[in-house]
Write a protein that binds this ligand. Structure first.
Ligand SMILES: Cc1ncc(COP(=O)(O)O)c(C=O)c1O
Length: 387
């Protein structure tokens, strides 16, 4: 089956009611036939649902689809993208372990690396997105995980998964990729040697700004560890959110195609705007890693960044002038969302760290939505004003 077909047809089995669309299994637990059924189920002698913190038909359908779309072996669904990322680290790391990560990571992931994991004596070394040649020099005897996001949030840097995957393999490191900006439709990190792929399903996978969700997929034996950790600690996705997200996947390919078309149109328009210092979008020829993006991504995604001339004062004026686009913390919604990373999603970073990951005061991030492309361009153009 091809991508679009799998996203639609990988459903849970029908019940006796022969429903066409999978119903919502809003139940916290499942009943046993008798004492022996209960014993053997808890002993994992059979595969069945016991309790929705462990598994549920709706979460299983959602997970099975992502597993298949990413080319993985197994997976587990979480309440949010951050609980997927945290639980993955917590399940696989021990005191004394070391992570190597690209410096450009989502703000909360950065907080995990710098504030929380050190509490358990787990340290992280960063490399800059354009310095993958330095990764090998950061490896120590304690390094266990090589972690990247690509394209990165918010700078849309593109990292070469093939090169990083080969380093992970050479040194026997677990290679983990946050594939949130690309979605399984545009990029499959497992093809390049990723052991695990994490997603915030809150973004393009839901695509309509309704529910939170996260998922980790990859090698069976690693997912087993993550499952056991999560089964005991409780970050599970709710069946309701899984039901929504599994149905969202049915339209992922058509939505993402249109998001990418709108984003490329906007990127071209901003490139020709004299009030803009630069525009960064993976499928613009001017992107420093355009060739890598073309190699590993089907299309450029829906996120672009640009820098307005005039710094923070002008950036704020620009945001206040927008008439249609939303100022909101989310991304990957049908509605175009404009943010100022330095004062919002990445405000916990020091000025020094912000500059290291390319977040200047005038940097604006756009999550391009599914409105008519001309209307998006019109709103962003008129927001520059006359001065
Ligand atoms: C790249 C990336 N990873 C992870 C997350 C966290 O996802 P969630 O908000 O679902 O916890 C986000 C959220 O914006 C993100 O952009």
């Amino acid at each position: 089956m091809n991508f679009e077909t799998k996203a639609i047809r990988l459903q849970t089995d029908r019940s006796q009611f022969q429903e066409h669309s999978t119903p919502l299994y809003l139940t916290s637990s499942f009943v046993f036939e008798d004492a022996e059924d209960m014993r053997s189920s808890f002993a994992e002698e059979k595969e069945r649902n016991l309790y929705s913190r462990f598994s549920n038909p709706n979460t299983a359908e959602f997970v099975n689809k992502i597993v298949s779309l990413e080319g993985a072996e197994a997976g587990y669904a979480f309440a949010t993208g951050m609980s997927a990322i945290f639980s993955t680290f917590a399940a696989l790391l021990s005191s004394g372990d070391h992570i190597i990560s690209c410096r450009s990571v989502f703000g909360s992931t950065h907080s995990l690396f710098t504030k929380y994991l050190p509490k358990w004596n787990i340290s992280t070394s960063y490399f800059n997105a354009d310095e993958t040649n330095l990764i090998e020099s950061l490896i120590t005897d304690h390094t266990k995980i090589l972690y990247v996001e690509t394209p990165t949030n918010p700078g849309v840097d593109v990292l070469d998964l093939e090169i990083i995957g080969s380093i992970a393999k050479k040194y026997n490191l677990l290679f983990i990729v946050d594939n949130c900006f690309a979605t399984p439709y545009l990029q499959n990190p497992i093809q390049y040697g990723a052991d695990l792929v994490v997603h915030s399903a809150t973004k393009l996978i839901d695509g309509q700004g309704r529910v939170l969700g996260g998922v980790t997929v990859g090698k069976k034996e690693l997912i087993r560890e993550i499952y056991l950790f999560s089964r005991n600690t409780g970050p599970a996705m709710s069946p309701f959110n899984a039901w929504i997200l599994s149905k969202s996947l049915e339209t992922l390919s058509v939505r993402v195609e249109k998001h990418c078309e709108n984003a490329l149109n906007l990127a071209h328009s901003l490139e020709n705007n004299e009030k803009v210092n630069f525009v960064k979008y993976p499928f613009l020829k001017s992107h420093p890693n355009y060739e890598v993006a073309k190699k590993q991504m089907k299309l450029g995604g829906n996120i672009l960044v640009f820098e307005v001339k005039g710094g923070i004062k002008y950036a704020q004026k620009f945001l206040n002038n927008l008439k249609m686009c939303s100022l909101s913390a989310n991304l990957g919604d049908t509605r175009t969302i404009v943010t100022h990373p330095a004062s919002s999603t990445h405000s916990k970073l020091s000025i020094e760290d912000l500059l290291k990951v390319g977040i200047t005061e005038g940097l604006i991030r756009v999550s391009v939505g599914l409105e008519n492309s001309d209307d998006i361009i019109y709103d962003l153009t008129q927001a520059f004003g006359d001065e």
